[in-house]
Design a protein. Structure first.
Length: 587
């Protein structure tokens, strides 16, 4: 064999060896890559599993928290607060490539509020300092318009300037404007941090339920009726403020909570700050934060306590109200003196301080203070809204303290305290805490008994008589069987009574034969008018507002006028001396 032939055979003989070695190396590399890929996949899968388990343990809060803020609705689904997307317009002045003078002129036309000269100064800032890393800087950013309408955004786009920056920002929007403003509250300028109201109370629910709405107990129709009626009376009587509540006596649901003056939660920063401590900021919720002596509205509470404790067993028993009552150098007198002995129904009809004080004197300190505690008068109301005020509780219970607190002097609570108490007086005797959240039909609402069914039935009679025969006549609505009690007291500021400054209250219930709703209305420092003959007490000023509210909301809530129905008071009529002018000089 020649050398050439041998050389030709060599590659053939070694080719299989080289091919096998190449395959082996390739297989090793492939195994290595597959192993590495499997390890990376396992690490990623482990991390995902850890995050899933961690989120599960936390209830998913870390994921849900980035979701949209939920809506707040009224009990009927009407939107009270929602989150919307708005346009924002800004600019990097150092990045402008167009004519700055021309842009300033166009901005003054498209976005009024600044002059052309002001925009020119804004578009010509000092040059930004160079970055240490040598990279170009975009310079300062300036907002030109937030919450811009689409037309404005379109006009800015037509200018063709790349330095403009258009973005979408979330904003909390209150479509009903000022309606229920203090109840809803508002968010801070960042659009995320709640400042007050149910926005603050529901922060967790609104941010961890992935946008699910929360229904309040408020009925927008009832809220509007209360605000409208109170505002009209506040203006008519030049009062500095007002508050109103509508409460369901069976569930404790608050259907309306009004506080005047009010504000627009869409622009809370425009609300002027009051410099007068007698007239708080409009963002102040008077229904749960104003603590005042509520006057003769307490007389119903005292009588209910006396009946329950067996102090009053005979409606025909008479109490001496022939002259002012002197106790320890303190004189208790009646605003509308009858100058005679009066029965319990007459004491309430004519709102006698003297008669009520005598009943309280028999009750004594222990039973009086205990019942007040049962009604929650010694602590802030228990409700979802934050910042409820603490009542002013007597530091020492002298004999005069017992007598005066019986008719609402010397003890101060909020309007919501009073609403809760009156609900218990008429609903069969069960005290329930008020709630701002909707209670589903048929749900069991916890409560505790404070008076018997029999005592409650008697109080329903008494309240009806005050409206038909006494100081509450101005609140009567034909066919809706209204009951209630007037209350007038001088304002007490820092322990001193302000002469001639009154806080007037009317507490109403309807329909009295089957009570469903308590209404509380207050006016702060009302003034008399010609048609009230100069009177500025509750029956002349706030009772007419409550009458308007009841007439308006009764049919809305399914309570239709029915002149054939009423509370049976025939067993009390023998103990009442009906006078021609009963109730014309109201409490």
């Amino acid at each position: 064999m020649t050398t050439a032939a041998l050389s030709a055979d060599l590659p053939r003989s070694r080719a299989p060896v080289r091919t096998a070695e190449t395959i082996r190396v390739a297989q090793q590399r492939l195994i290595f890559l597959l192993t590495a890929f499997a390890l990376v996949t396992a690490v990623i899968a482990s991390r995902l599993l850890y995050l899933a388990v961690a989120n599960f343990r936390d209830g998913g809060a870390s994921v849900a928290a980035v979701g949209p803020r939920g809506m707040i609705t009224d009990r009927n689904g009407i939107v009270l607060a929602s989150t919307i997307k708005n346009w924002s317009i800004g600019i990097f002045p150092n990045q402008i490539i167009g004519d700055r003078d021309h842009l300033a002129a166009e901005l003054a036309r498209i976005i009024p509020g600044k002059t052309q000269a002001q925009y020119r100064a804004l578009l010509n800032p000092r040059k930004a300092k160079p970055r240490k890393d040598g990279k170009p800087t975009r310079g300062p950013f300036v907002y030109l318009k937030r919450n811009a309408v689409p037309e404005t955004v379109s006009a800015i786009n037509t200018l063709g300037e790349p330095a403009f920056q258009l973005g979408r920002e979330s904003e909390r929007f209150y479509p009903q404007g000022t309606l229920g403003a203090q109840v809803l509250g508002y968010l801070d300028l960042d659009g995320k941090t709640p400042v007050s109201g149910m926005e603050a109370s529901l922060q967790k629910d609104l941010t961890t339920r992935n946008g699910a709405p929360v229904a309040l107990s408020i009925d927008s129709r009832v809220q509007a009726a209360m605000e409208s009626a109170l505002y009209a009376q506040m203006v008519k009587h030049s009062a500095v403020g007002a508050a109103g509540i509508v409460l369901d006596v069976r569930t404790g649901e608050v259907l309306a909570m009004a506080s005047l003056p009010t504000f627009n939660p869409n622009a809370p920063g425009r609300t002027p700050v009051s410099q007068d401590e007698r007239q708080p900021d409009a963002r102040f919720n008077r229904a749960i934060k104003s603590v005042f002596e509520l006057g003769s509205t307490f007389k119903m509470i005292t009588v209910a306590n006396a009946i329950e404790k067996g102090v009053i067993t005979d409606m025909g028993r008479k109490y001496d109200a022939t002259a002012p009552l002197m106790v320890g150098g303190f004189k208790i007198r009646d605003d509308h003196p009858q100058n005679r002995w009066m029965t319990t129904p007459e004491i309430l009809i004519h709102s006698s301080n003297i008669g009520t004080a005598r009943i309280a004197d028999e009750l004594g300190q222990e039973r009086t203070s205990h019942f007040f505690r049962e009604l929650g008068f010694d602590k802030p109301v228990d409700i979802e809204l934050r910042g409820a005020a603490k009542p002013i509780w007597p530091g020492f219970w002298a004999r005069t303290t017992v007598m005066t607190t019986a008719y609402g002097h010397g003890i101060a609570v909020t309007p919501l305290h009073l609403a809760n108490a009156y609900a218990a007086l008429v609903n069969g005797g069960t005290f329930r805490n008020a709630t701002m959240l909707k209670v589903e039909p048929g749900a069991q609402v916890p409560g505790r008994r404070v008076i018997s069914e029999a005592t409650s039935a008697r109080m329903r009679q008494m309240m009806r008589l005050v409206v038909t025969q006494g100081t509450g006549k101005a609140a009567n609505v034909e066919g809706l069987r209204v009951g209630g009690k007037t209350g007038t007291a001088e304002k007490n500021l820092h322990g001193r009574y302000i002469r001639n400054s009154l806080l007037v209250t009317f507490a109403a219930v309807f329909p009295m034969d089957q009570p469903r709703y308590v209404l509380i209305g207050t006016l702060d420092e009302p003034h008399g008018t010609a048609d009230t003959y100069g009177f500025r007490t509750a029956a002349w000023t706030v009772a007419p507002a409550i009458k308007k509210v009841i007439a308006r909301i009764g049919p809305l809530l399914g309570v239709m006028p029915d002149a054939s129905r009423d509370v049976d008071v025939t067993d009390l009529m023998p103990y009442i001396k009906v006078e021609k002018h009963a109730g014309e000089a109201p409490d």
